[in-house]
Design a protein around this ligand. Sequence first.
Ligand SMILES: O=C(O)CCC(=O)C(=O)O
Ligand SMILES: [Fe+2]
Length: 345
Amino acid sequence: MPVESLPVVNVEALLLTDDNSNNQKTNERVQQTSQQLLDALVEWGFLYISGHCVDINLQNNLEAASREFFNLPLEVKQQINMKLGKHAWRGYFPPGDELTSGIPDSKEGIYFGTELADNHPKVVSETPLHGSNLWPCQYPELKTIVLQYMNAMEQLGHALMRGLAIGLGLDEKYFQNSFGKDPTLLFRIFNYPPSSQKVGWGVGEHTDYGFLTILKTDNNPGLEVLSPTLKWIEVPFIPNTFIINIGDQLEIATNGLLKATPHRVRIQREENRLSWPFFFDPDWDALLRRVDLTHWNNSNEWPSRKPGKRWDGKDLKTMQNQKYGDYLLDKVSRCFPHLFKAVVT
Ligand SMILES: O=C(O)CCC(=O)C(=O)O
Ligand SMILES: [Fe+2]
């Protein structure tokens, strides 16, 4: 039997400017690309994308600046510890501080989100996960690079959601119009240190929470994904591609047509591994509800990726009309229980 591997879709057609959108050939390419994207997401919930138009120099600068940050002495990194970001949930966390399913991950990392001014209504009302970012004063360039990169990811996220809507036979602005024009954006930079342990997880098995994750990794392997035949497969590095995967909210919205695929990260023995997940999620206040896909003949059976209980024991079928922000907060509180208690309750 051939080894299963993630599909690769070239999404360039979804990133063409509006000037070209009346052209019939362009429209055909957009349709074709949207269909390929949808097929990959239905079958795998995971894929690589090429043709994403994200500047390679920006990506290289991000990688170099991230390495420089993690090479700083711990006490310098701790100057922007997440505790200082309070309820905005921004800043640095050292190895072992983040839990997946109650077990400490081996990684360290930095959390970023949309940069909001102090007078933004959600900052004034102290809404969790809203605020300004914490930036290391040793590396002012990190701020410029991260904000540029997040901006590029946001554009890409909108383009992919547009492609997905077209693939599903919906209005191309469907997701923007139904789940908010102001997506919840979370960006993380992770460093997985090498470990002498034989078996161990940089991140335990989980699914992501929102709509789409756009993941950049360095050239060290480690990510593993549950395949359509329920085998854990490695996801090798392919230069200048991003890895895209579905989060719980798209599974809920599509009544299980798209599945949030379980994945995990294996720790490496020799080298540290860096990754840059960007989460493109519904508006904080958006209500979770199903998209009308009756034209798809989508049964009510909700086929699941894996028999038995989900990794977090949740039943996504029952999650309707909850605010996305509440769902996310519940998840975050389990990842950082001590911090959560200290700043939110
Ligand atoms: O580091 C990776 O490759 C993946 C991380 C991940 O799955 C996550 O942050 O949700
Ligand atoms: Fe993940």
